[in-house]
Design a protein around this ligand. Structure first.
Ligand code: LMR
Length: 412
C-alpha cells in the first residue's frame, strides 16, 4: 500500500542539525537550529526555570501527572494572554475587562501546535481562499498550511538588494491580489529567517491594509523578549492590531520554546480574537478548538506549562526570568558585534553591517547556497541553505574561526 508514497520533503532545519550532531570534527560549529547556547556553546536551562523545577520536585504534588482540561491550564492561559496582549494581571479597568472578553485561548503543543490548531480551525470555519506567507518564512508555515489544505501564496518580504523588508512590494501584492477573508501570516517580532521586522509606520500601514481588504491577521509569536529584550516592545505589533478601531478579528500563535528555553517541553498557546465581546461566541470558539485538540492529541502536556505558569504568576520569579531573557538577548547582540568586527578586521569583501542591524536569534547573512555548502564541507560550520545563521551558536572562542570560514568561502 505504501510503495508509491510521494516523496515527503524532509525538514531541512532538523536535518542540518542532525548532520552537525554526527560530525566528529572537534571544532564544528552549529548555526543551524534556532536554539540558545551559552558562551561555552552549551544549552542553558534558565535559572528561573531551574528554581521552579526544584520547587516542584520538593512539593511532590501527587496530581502533577494527572490529565488537565482539554483546553489546557486556565491560569496559564490567562497569564500568557496577558503577556502578549499587555494586560496587567492586577488592576482591571472596564475597558480591559471588555478587551479580555474578546479572546478565546487554548493551550497548544508549542508554536507549531498553535499554528496548526489555528490553521485547521480557520480552514474549517473561516474558509479562506488563500493564506499569505512571507517569502522567505519559517519553512514549517508552508507545511502547516499545506496539511490543512488552504492554497498558499507568498508576499515578497525580503529585498536582497537593499537587505531590508520589501514594504512596497508587500503592500502592492496584497492590495492587488489578496481577497477578502484571506489569512496573512505575520511574524510578531524577530522575523524568522531574516531578523528584519517592519517599522512601526509599516506595521500601521499593514494593519490598515488588513482592515481595508478584510484580511485575517495570523500572528506567529515565537520570540517575545528576544528582539529587543523587552517583552512589551516585542508585542507592539500584536497590540497595535488588537487595539485597532474598528475592532479586527485576528489570532496569535504563541511559543515558549525560546523565551523560556523549554524547547522539548512543547509549551504554547493559541489565542483567537473576536471583534465582539460575546461570551457565547467565545465559548463556541473554545468548544470548536477543543474539538480539534481532543481529536488530535487530547490536550497539551502539563509539565512545561506548569513551569511557565509558576514563573509568570510569582513576582520574584518573573523578574528573574526577565533578567534571563536579557542575558540571552544581550549575548546574541554581543556575538553579532563580534562577528561583524572580525569580518571587518579580515577585510572580508562585501558589506556586513546587516549582521548587527537584524534582530532576534537569526542573521540572514546573504551567503549563497554554494558558500553555505562550502562552509560545512571545508570548515564544519553549519547553517541552513538560505544562509540563515543562528547567532547564539557563536561563542567568544569560535567567532574568529567562523569569521575566517566566511571570509574564505566569500573569496573563493
Ligand atoms: C528554527 O527555526 O530553527 C526553530 O524555530 C526550530 C524549528 O522548529 O524550526
Amino acid at each position: 500500500a505504501f510503495a508509491k508514497l510521494p516523496d515527503a520533503a524532509g525538514d531541512e532545519i532538523f536535518a542540518v542539525n542532525h548532520a552537525f550532531t554526527i560530525d566528529p570534527h572537534p571544532q564544528k560549529v552549529s548555526l543551524a537550529l534556532g536554539v540558545y547556547r551559552t558562551n561555552e556553546g552549551k544549552p542553558w536551562p534558565l535559572p528561573s526555570v531551574r528554581k521552579v523545577e526544584e520547587k516542584l520536585f520538593a512539593e511532590n504534588d501527587i496530581n502533577r501527572h494527572e490529565y488537565q482540561a482539554i483546553e489546557g491550564d486556565k491560569v496559564f492561559l490567562k497569564l500568557t494572554r496577558d503577556l502578549i496582549f499587555g494586560f496587567n494581571g492586577r488592576t482591571e479597568s472596564l475597558a480591559e475587562k471588555q478587551a479580555k472578553r474578546r479572546i478565546a485561548s487554548v493551550q497548544t503543543v508549542s508554536g507549531t501546535g498553535a499554528n496548526h490548531v489555528g490553521a485547521l480551525f480557520l480552514a474549517q470555519h473561516l474558509k479562506p481562499k488563500h493564506v499569505w506567507i512571507s517569502n522567505p518564512s519559517w519553512p514549517n508555515h508552508q507545511t502547516i498550511w499545506s496539511l490543512v489544505g488552504v492554497p498558499r501564496k507568498t508576499y515578497p518580504y525580503f529585498n536582497s538588494r537593499t537587505r531590508s523588508f520589501d514594504f512596497c512590494a508587500t503592500i502592492d501584492i496584497l492590495d492587488s491580489e489578496a481577497q477578502e477573508g484571506d489569512v496573512i501570516v505575520l511574524h510578531a517580532c524577530s522575523h524568522n529567517p531574516t531578523g528584519i521586522d517592519p517599522t512601526m509606520e509599516q506595521w500601521i500601514a499593514i494593519a490598515d491594509l488588513c482592515e481595508k481588504k478584510g484580511l485575517f491577521p495570523f500572528f506567529d509569536c515565537a520570540y517575545q523578549g528576544f528582539a529587543s529584550g523587552c517583552l512589551d516592545e516585542d508585542a507592539w505589533a500584536v497590540r497595535l492590531f488588537f487595539n485597532k478601531q474598528p475592532r479586527m478579528e485576528m489570532c496569535v500563535a504563541q511559543s515558549f520554546s525560546k523565551n523560556f528555553g523549554l524547547y522539548g517541553q512543547r509549551v504554547g498557546a493559541f489565542h483567537l480574537v473576536t471583534n465582539g465581546d460575546s461570551a457565547a461566541v467565545i465559548d463556541l470558539v473554545v468548544q470548536n478548538l477543543c474539538h480539534i485538540i481532543r481529536g488530535e492529541y487530547t490536550m497539551a502536556p502539563r509539565g512545561g506549562s506548569t513551569i511557565v505558569r509558576r514563573i509568570l504568576e510569582e513576582d520574584a520569579l518573573r523578574k528573574e526570568w526577565q533578567r534571563d531573557l536579557i542575558e540571552m538577548s544581550s549575548r546574541i547582540k554581543a556575538m553579532r558585534r563580534a562577528l561583524l568586527n572580525e569580518l571587518r578586521i579580515l577585510n572580508t569583501p562585501g558589506n556586513w553591517d546587516h549582521i548587527i542591524n537584524q534582530s532576534g536569534m537569526f542573521s540572514y547573512t546573504g551567503l549563497t547556497l554554494k558558500q553555505v555548502l562550502a562552509l560545512k564541507d571545508r570548515h564544519h560550520v553549519y547553517m541552513v541553505k538560505s544562509g540563515r545563521a543562528s547567532i547564539s551558536g557563536l561563542t567568544e572562542s569560535n567567532v574568529l574561526r567562523v569569521a575566517r570560514a566566511i571570509d574564505d568561502v566569500v573569496r573563493t
